[in-house]
Design a protein around this ligand. Sequence first.
Ligand SMILES: Cc1cc2nc3c(=O)[nH]c(=O)nc-3n(C[C@H](O)[C@H](O)[C@H](O)COP(=O)(O)O)c2cc1C
Length: 443
Amino acid sequence: MTKLIVMAGTEDRDLSKLAEYEAVGGYASLPKARALAPAAVIDELKASELRGRGGAFFPTGLKWSFVPKPDQNPNPHYLVINADESEPGSFKDNEILSRVPHRFIEGCLITAHAVEAKHVYIYIRGEYLEPYEILVAALEELKARPELLGGVTIVVHRGAGAYICGEETALLDSLEGKRGQPRTKPPFPAVAGLYASPTVVNNVETIATVPAILELGSAEYLKLGVENSRGTRLVSVSGHVENGANFEIEPGIQLRELIYGEQYGGGIPNGRTLKAVIPGGSSTVILTADEIDVGYDFDSLKTLNTAMGSAGVIALDDRVCMVQLGIRVSEFYEHESCGKCTPCREGTRWMTTILRKLEAGEASEGELDLLLSVCDRINGKCLCPLGDTAAMAVASYVDKFRAEFVAHLDGGCPHHDSPLEGVLAPIAQHAHHLGSAARLVHA
Ligand SMILES: Cc1cc2nc3c(=O)[nH]c(=O)nc-3n(C[C@H](O)[C@H](O)[C@H](O)COP(=O)(O)O)c2cc1C
């Protein structure tokens, strides 16, 4: 049975209110952290080996340690929380904000102490109205408890529906009131972030994990998970599975178990068979049904050239057409490309154009190679990973299902009604249905 870290206490209680959170020991890690020097909190985080849950998997304590001390840089220090969650297939942060808002806020306050920030901005996906309202209500409750806030101001900022604003520097530009487009790095936000001041940007789940690390101590925390993937992760399992929901798991669990396990995805509905799995949200390299006997952790997935990403596991059954999947994914990235760099802006448009020709049976074999060539010319040449990951994902569909793409050259597609509706849809409400109390299974 997985020890719950982020969702602990939600098995039998509604923890969204302050009193309930405190009744299960909530806000006890905060004074513990404040009794320590900021550097000691950072050391504890480093020792825990926590890595960011937003997709890039960067070591959290190390990131915090890059922030200059106030005497080295007297500008205000900022903590910015990335609650933009727009990756198709990922809906875990929605559940955290909705069900354990105070644990997340406690994590923000501990982090603010560690990086000596007095201002916290939470940038939340605009479509996440319900989590936003729950979060704001939780912050209202804290107004009556200034000793918890400790002089830190927390501002919630709603995004306006742009996937690129999840990229940390585009997010910072958007917060500053500019058009959300990635900045060139370096400088990194830790040194010159919001208003060119030292800024830590972290994902919601990363921060919601922090109180437990202070409570348990890094030595206990390290006992969870596997090497390079410590602790727990909230995984959104969706697509063609019986039980689409978020599950808090220990990395190292088999991907097959996440899809077929009774207490997880519960298998493929309607007697269909599994065709493929997108393991970490739409940005990740696809796996065939034969590749799911693999640990769901950083190192194991890396052996298959893919990643946990934002932990959105999407199961696709045997009816899915890989060309149509490619169109769906490519259209999304084309639409969301901010246009700042040419390979991404032009390349994603070309990817979609060629895929549509393939689907219509109007493409030549040369154009299938052209698709791969376009992907190759995007990958590694963009200002931010948006274009790179779009190209890698689509190229992996061709790589692993080439025969299906070739079949389209003669106008043949065995999947005219490819059932992609509801799969890969970055729809906010989707998450809430799936993540109801009954569905977050504590396996
Ligand atoms: C196009 C794009 C979209 C992203 N969207 C998100 C997002 O919605 N949420 C998130 O936490 N990180 C997102 N990221 C990753 C962030 O840039 C950054 O790595 C992360 O917020 C850092 O937090 P962490 O270290 O706690 O993971 C995105 C990155 C890219 C390139």
